[in-house]
Design a protein around this ligand. Structure first.
Ligand SMILES: C[S@@+](CC[C@H](N)C(=O)[O-])C[C@H]1O[C@@H](n2cnc3c(N)ncnc32)[C@H](O)[C@@H]1O
Length: 318
């Protein structure tokens, strides 16, 4: 290929990339629609792949459904491997089944990302993403620019948002803790009491205590969050870290900006999420964690990689 043709090809690819990024949100909205309509649950209930009419028949309150819209949304979702399309016979109706991705979107499953997806893609939490330019130009907090107050204040006066947020966090915690308790057995053996700082409604500490009944669990969060938290055996509130024997166990992303592991891209997106939703929050590279921990009086640390988005960071006081 000559230089001119190669340049033209690169230009065309560049244009195609921009079209793709311009409409990346279409994937998000299509998945959100499927979760809102509980399509994964409807398919799961039937056990076997089902037709569009069967899907529509299972959608609650669909009084005058438009199946052609659903067909077009499903076409994209099949392309993205969220659902699998099965052609039963030549010219026969397509049937839709679950995939490894949509199994994570079942509402009534112990391990689900559905509440997190509904939360993150809610207009209220999407609005701050539109304020990034403003943040770069003048600093400040994206959520506050979009909603006039910080996220935790907003949640404290808006019970519906408080529930949306806490439910999203709780389902994510359950997934991460499932991996955490099996991958960090040794680290938990010697722990007598454990404080989850900013532990939300206590899902994480409850999961830890359930499989480690020797641990006294303490869930620490804001009053409007704790007041809606379920009661868990072995979990109470407030605590402190003993100087000599204590450690801080952090379960958070360790960014690998150049990395190619399966969660590395999502880690970078989570860092932007921190700009969008919280004040001063960020995801950190190992070097940044080291600095924060040293400044906080925890000069020794281990990073334990687990098969999950976050890693385990054990930090020990001087
Ligand atoms: C990103 S959420 C994490 C929730 C939980 N750790 C989880 O992973 O599911 C951050 C939590 O910090 C809590 N929080 C924010 N500021 C706080 C403060 N000053 N004191 C205690 N908790 C706080 C929020 O209410 C929220 O539940």
């Amino acid at each position: 290929m000559g230089t001119k043709e190669a340049e033209a090809e690169l230009q065309l690819q560049g244009q195609a990339d921009i079209w793709k990024y311009m409409f990346s949100f279409a994937d998000t909205m299509a998945v959100k629609c499927a979760v809102e309509l509980r399509i994964p649950d409807i398919i799961n209930m039937h056990v076997e792949p089902i037709t569009l009419s069967q899907i529509v028949a299972g959608i609650p309150d669909a009084h005058s459904p438009d199946i052609s819209y659903l067909a077009r949304i499903m076409r994209l979702l099949v392309r993205r491997k969220i659902f699998a399309a099965h052609q039963t016979s030549e010219g026969g109706e397509t049937k839709y089944g679950l995939t490894h991705s949509s199994r994570w979107l079942l509402h009534d499953s112990k391990m689900t990302l559905a509440p997190m997806l509904i939360m993150e893609d809610h207009p209220c939490l999407m609005a701050p993403w539109h304020c990034f330019g403003q943040c770069v130009k003048e600093g400040g907090i994206a959520f506050e620019k979009a909603h006039g107050r910080m996220i935790w204040d907003y949640a404290s006066v808006n019970p519906e948002f408080n529930k949306l947020f806490n439910d999203g966090m709780a389902c994510t915690s359950k997934i991460v803790m499932n991996t955490f308790v099996s991958e960090y057995k040794d680290g938990l053996g010697s722990v007598a009491s454990l404080v989850d700082v900013g532990g939300g409604t206590g899902t994480a500490i409850a999961e830890i205590v359930k499989s480690n009944p020797h641990i006294k669990g303490i869930n620490f969060d804001l009053p409007h969050v704790v007041s809606t938290a379920p009661i868990y055996d072995g979990v109470t509130h407030v605590g402190a870290i003993p100087k000599e024997t204590g450690k801080v166990i952090i379960v958070d992303v360790v960014l690998q900006p150049e990395g190619n592991a399966i969660f590395d891209d999502t880690g970078i997106a989570f860092d932007l999420l921190m700009i969008a939703h919280v004040s001063g929050g960020k995801e950190r590279t190992e070097l940044e964690w080291k600095k924060v921990l040293e400044e906080g009086g925890f000069p020794r640390y281990n990073i334990i990689k687990i098969p999950a988005l976050p890693s385990i960071i054990e930090a020990f006081p001087k």
